[in-house]
Structure formats: C-alpha cells, structure tokens
Write a protein of this length. Structure first.
Length: 276
C-alpha cells in the first residue's frame, strides 16, 4: 500500500536547516527545471559529474559498477535519460544520467551547493557539540565559542552550575569583515514573512510577533569584534552602548548589561555556599 505522505510524513523535529521564502521559490523552480540533484548526477554530453562530486571521489566512482533501472529513449523535460544506482561496497547510491547544455550544467552545479538553506545556530546550540564536530563541522563554523559545550559534564556534580562568570574574548586578526558577515537573520526573515502573510493576525499582533522574531537573529561576535576594531570612535560608542562589544566592564555594569548576571550569581551563592 502506498504511503499517504500528507498523513504519515513530517519534517524532522530537530532539523537545524532553515530556508527563507526566496530560497524556497528558487529551490522549487530548480527542482521543476533540473529535477532532483541529490546523489550522483552524470551529464552524458560532457561526460562530467555535475552533482555529487565529493561523494563520487569517496566512491572512486570509475571503479564502481553502475546499475541502470530506468532507461529512456529521449531525455525528459528535465534532461533525464536514465535512473539507477552506483554500487559501492555492496550498497546502492542514487545515480542519474542527464543530457544538459553547458549552461544547465553550471546552474545545476551551483544550485546543488547553494539552495539547501542556512544553518539555524540557535537550534544547533542544542545539539551535542562533539557529535557535530565528528560529523563534519569545524569549530570556526560556529558564531560562538564551542569550548564550553565541549567541557566534560560526566562528574558527580553535573546537576549544579558554576557561579563563575566569564565573557568571551575575541582578538582582532586584521581584516575588516563585511556587514553581512556580522549576523545571520535568515530565520528572522523567514518568521517575519510568515507573520506578514497571515491575514488572521491583527496589526498589533503582527507588530509584537515581528519584534519577537528578531531574537532569532544570530550575532557573530568574533566578526563584530573585528568590525569594531576598524570602526571610527562614533560607531564604536554605539556598538558599546548596545553591548556588541564590552571594552570597559565597569561601564557595562553602569549600562545594566552585567547587573542581571551579578544578581544571579548572588542568589546562587546563597543556595550553594560551598560551590566554587
């Protein structure tokens, strides 16, 4: 019996990838025009692998057997001439033959590597960091310090918290980043677009939800520190006022950014007087 995907399938609840409305429409258009670009996509006109170059290197694809399941007399509207599998270590991996123009090959190659959405670092922060690093991430991929998440929490006191408060320290490296590198608002944009399209919400509700959506913007403080180092005095002051950087810790207390942490530390000290 065929699956009714509308009833039985749902997105993975921990998926850390997000796609905005523009990316969604681009992905849809490319799927209709070029078809599915996952697996190995082999253009017969150029005899080149247009999609799946990295995995084909892992397979050493020219040493693998190819099993063709469906062969067509003529390319279909997406350029497909055959479907099948690459056989590697006795396992099947998706393989597709196409006949494309050079421009279609270029579009497919870029699309396969670009339209997968953006990482939601708020969601990734909830994952096991050691797993993420094992599965292909680098520490430099994250807009935050991963060291605290890597600390061993297997001891007897893993249900307690330290009252030691440390701020991350970033050292400028010399290059001024672009504004677009300072933050990732893809999730924010996605949420605001959904809010604006929901006609059942009042204008007041939309305003509130749009303001709340901005908390999903991820600030990359290492890049911000670098940008600060190249900014003029006027801009630096505004960045300090917003606590994008903290140069003077006493001033941060004066502005109220450290007050909450001190109060929490005080309360914790009262509850756990022997904690270090």
């Amino acid at each position: 019996m065929a699956l009714n995907s509308k009833q039985q399938m749902k997105p993975y609840h921990k998926n850390p990838r997000r796609i905005n409305k523009k990316q969604f429409e681009q992905l849809r258009e490319n799927l209709l025009y070029l078809g599915d670009l996952s697996g190995i996509v082999h253009d017969l006109n150029s005899n080149e692998i247009v999609g799946g170059n990295q995995r084909s290197s892992v397979f050493d694809v020219n040493e693998c057997d190819v099993e063709i399941v469906h062969q067509y007399d003529y390319p279909d509207e997406q350029g497909t001439i055959a479907h099948g599998f690459i056989i590697w270590k006795n396992k099947r991996y998706t393989y597709r033959q196409v006949r494309w123009t050079p421009k279609q090959c270029e579009q497919a190659n870029i699309t396969a590597n670009r339209l997968g959405g953006e990482w939601d670092f708020d969601e990734l922060a909830n994952w096991d960091m050691s797993d993420l690093l094992t599965w292909g991430f680098e520490e430099s991929d994250f807009p935050f310090d991963v060291a605290p998440a890597m600390e061993d929490t297997s001891g007897e006191d893993d249900d307690t918290y330290t009252k030691k408060i440390e701020a991350p320290i970033y050292k400028p490296t010399g290059e001024r980043p672009a504004i677009s590198e300072l933050f990732d608002d893809s999730r924010t944009v996605e949420l605001i677009e959904k809010i604006e399209l929901n006609n059942s919400l009042s204008n007041e509700d939309k305003k509130f939800l749009s303001i709340a959506a901005r908390r999903h913007t991820v600030f990359r403080y290492d890049k911000i520190a670098e940008y600060y180092a190249h900014a003029n005095e006027n801009l630096q002051k505004h960045m300090e006022d917003s606590a994008l950087v903290i140069i003077d810790f006493n001033r941060a207390i004066e502005l109220g950014y450290v007050k909450l942490s001190e109060e929490i530390a005080k309360l914790y000290g009262e509850d756990y007087p022997d904690a270090e």
